[in-house]
Design a binder for this molecule. Structure first.
Ligand code: IVH
Length: 699
């Protein structure tokens, strides 16, 4: 990044600037200050080897702030003073990634590694693969885009296709350079990936301070990092001492728009070196190149110990094919690249005592036994409650009350009871009695043939209604602000809420008189509920709480219908024709829309003003980047499903066509495109573009 000569010059300049209290008021001095501050940021945040005191640093910084304050025309957008100067973020705008942010496949043992090695070798035929291995950082992933050496955008992972724009917050992290010399490598535009983490000792110190102030302590470093990236105030983000470690170049092009990955850039190792040289914190020092599985295992063994003293939480290692050309040959599935694999360290286990079992009623009536255990601390979190799934699970593992249970938690995975320690039974153990009646409404429970779960079938069961309402208003569903779990529970208790429809008939005058409510909170609630009437169709579909229908499925289905009532008429086959919908999901949607009570609910919601249509203004009009343009997608798409593609086009004001004709403006081609491509090539007015080019059009 900075060679010795440059460093000596910058140190000399630092001394010169610090020598006097009255600096010349010139644009040149502002330039000099920015240059030295950037250098000291790098020494401090990337190398962790500062060469000036905090006091001296602050002095330089306040000089610069004064100068820029007096002469705003001398300020530059990438000035270090701009890191927290952007003010509050109202809302995080969703933005598409240039290349999908995939997950990693997991492996746990030697056999898995040999399997991976064999598959890679099959792909690259007779060549011998070289692997890079590096720690898997346990944080929150981030994607940065630089153009012309300037940071232009930062985004969270989101669903892998779209993330949240968190540029303002990312700018507050001093380990993310606002300017990085990619142009030195002929790179004009680049998308890079990494992980935002909080070092362990900093996290512990933060918690000590919170404890001393009588505040609630943070649960673990990863959740704190990911939460801190999404605070509305960049100052708050800065205060949490996050760091970004960048480990991947996902996209690089030269000023002419040529793809540089696998042409000019040749290996993963080289990419990490470039990132390091451009001033990022990277795993370069930890990175090892291996030529066989046994070499990989040596590194894994070493890290199995080292991770305990490594300052950053790691939950495994990542193994990547080094050659970018080989990576391309291996390709990716919709879920993960085939050229990389995560190796997870063995899960940590702890013993605890099972105190009692509670039975919870879910929104679909499923009864879930939940073990209440003596609290244990495991991989960074305190666990006191663990799902026991169902009756079969309990019988299979022979779990009894007062048993010593073995609790396991691997990285981000939900805690799990592996089994009981029979040798520690002392005669006080008692069988877990599974209820035959609903703990909430007392109706007899039923267990459909072939299913493991007992259910309460009473549609009016208060516990189910409560769960359904909590889901209905939640962030990923109707996102009703001012109406949380507690509000719902208390309204149900008071008899103000008996069903979802009641949300839209709340007696606000009456609520205003209730304890704990003020004019402001009532008007917040009312606003939140009014706003929710305008939500896009997929939110309503998700909010209904249909079994197996999550956010992605709701979006896929909503992209195929005009009105929620279309689903009443669709057959299971028609539903399965939607990409991403299998028989189980199709059946579940079909069943839901063939229950008269559900249809009545939807008509009632419509009458109360809730949007039930796929109005273009609901999906759309975030912007008009594709206004008046027509699109058609062909071939196997690797970045998004067909339904999502349609949505992206419409959200940006474009229109989708179903066949190639002279009316078509853009044909977006995936892999193995066939006759549509051939036909389009004969019509000169049609532009044939790649998925990435399409994403660029809307980015
Ligand atoms: S490579 C296509 N390298 O692990 C590139 N990922 O479980 C895939 N992660 O989403 C990512 N440390 O957020 C890579 N050294 C590392 C990593 C790493 C942590 C995260 C990353 C990814 C997740 C998958």
């Amino acid at each position: 990044m900075y060679d010795t000569t440059q460093q000596n010059r910058l140190l000399e300049l630092t001394r010169k600037l610090l020598r006097t209290d009255t600096l010349p008021e010139t644009a040149h001095t502002a330039d000099e200050l920015r240059e030295v501050i950037n250098y000291h940021d790098w020494r401090y945040y990337v190398l962790s080897e500062p060469v000036i005191t905090d006091y001296e640093y602050d002095k330089l910084f306040s000089f610069l702030k004064q100068l820029e304050g007096k002469h705003p025309e001398w300020q530059t957008p990438d000035s270090p003073t701009q890191r927290v100067a952007r003010g509050l973020t109202e809302e995080f705008t969703p933005v598409p990634h240039l290349v999908s942010m995939l997950s990693l496949e997991n492996s746990y043992n030697e056999a898995d590694l040999y399997d991976f090695d064999r598959r890679v070798k099959e792909f690259i035929r007779h060549e011998t693969p070289e692997y890079c291995i590096e720690p898997k950082f346990d944080g929150s992933s981030i994607a940065l885009i630089y153009e012309n050496d300037r940071l232009v955008r930062a985004a969270t992972r989101g669903d892998g296709i779209m993330g949240d724009d968190i540029t303002n917050n990312a700018m507050a992290l001093s380990s993310i350079p606002l300017r990085a010399a990619f142009s030195k490598y002929g790179i004009y535009r680049v998308e890079i990936r990494g992980e935002v983490i909080i070092q362990r000792h900093i996290f512990e110190k933060m918690n000590e301070e919170r404890r001393a102030r009588g505040e609630k302590v943070y649960q673990n470093a990863r959740n704190t990092a990911s939460g801190s990236l999404r605070t509305k105030d960049p100052n708050e983000t800065r205060a949490r001492h996050l760091e970004a470690i960048m480990y991947h170049i996902s996209y690089a092009e030269d000023p002419q728009g040529n793809d540089l990955l696998a042409s000019r850039l040749t290996t993963h190792y080289q990419c990490v070196q470039i990132l390091h040289d451009c001033g990022f914190k990277t795993p370069l020092r930890e990175l090892r190149v291996c030529r066989s599985v046994s070499e990989l295992q040596d590194v894994i063994h070493e890290w199995n110990e080292r991770r305990h003293t490594f300052p950053i939480d790691t939950d495994g290692m990542v193994i990547k094919v080094n050659s970018l050309r080989h990576q391309q040959v291996c390709g990716s599935t919709a879920h993960h690249p085939r050229w990389a694999i995560a190796y997870k360290f063995a899960a940590r286990q702890a013993h605890s005592k099972l105190l009692k079992v509670e039975f919870q009623v879910g929104r679909t009536g499923a009864i879930t036994p939940v073990a209440k255990i003596e609290p244990v601390f495991l991989s960074g979190v305190t666990i006191s409650s663990i799902s026991l799934h169902n009756e079969d699970f309990i019988r299979e593992k022979d779990i009894k009350i007062n048993d010593t249970v073995i609790v396991e938690r691997a990285g981000e995975v939900i805690p799990y009871i592996v089994g009981v320690v029979e040798a520690l039974r002392d005669g006080s153990q008692v069988e877990i009695e599974f209820p035959r009646n609903c703990p909430s409404c007392n109706s007899a429970l039923v267990k459909p043939a072939g299913e493991a779960v007992w259910r309460c079938d009473n549609a009016d069961c208060p516990a189910q209604t409560e769960e359904r309402l909590i889901h209905f208003v939640s962030k990923d569903a109707m996102d009703i602000e001012g109406c949380g779990k507690e509000t719902i529970a208390s309204f149900i208790q008071l008899g103000l809420l008996k069903s979802i429809e009641d949300l839209y008939r709340l007696p606000y005058e009456h609520i205003r008189k209730l304890e704990g409510w003020k004019d402001k909170s009532v008007s917040n609630l009312k606003n939140g509920i009014e706003e929710s009437k305008k939500r896009p169709l997929w939110r309503l579909l998700h909010a209904l709480g249909i079994r197996h229908v999550g956010v992605t499925t709701s979006k896929d289905v909503a992209a195929h219908i005009q009105s929620i009532f279309d689903l009443e008429r669709m057959s299971i086959e028609q539903l399965m024709a939607i990409e991403g919908i299998g028989p189980k999901v199709a059946q579940s949607i079909y069943d839901f829309f063939h229950q008269p009570a559900n249809i009545r609910l939807l008509h009632e919601l419509k009458k109360l003003g809730v949007n039930t249509e796929n109005k273009p203004e609901h999906t759309a009009a975030k912007n008009n980047k594709l206004q008046g343009k027509t699109f058609l997608f062909t071939g196997t798409l690797k970045n998004f499903t067909r339904a999502r593609a349609k949505q992206l086009v419409e959200e940006n004001g474009g229109r989708l066509l179903s066949s190639v004709s002279a009316n078509l403006n853009y044909l977006v081609v995936g892999e193995d495109a066939g006759s549509k491509l051939a036909k389009a090539q004969k019509i000169p007015s049609i532009q044939i573009i790649s998925e990435e080019e399409f994403l660029q059009m809307i980015s």
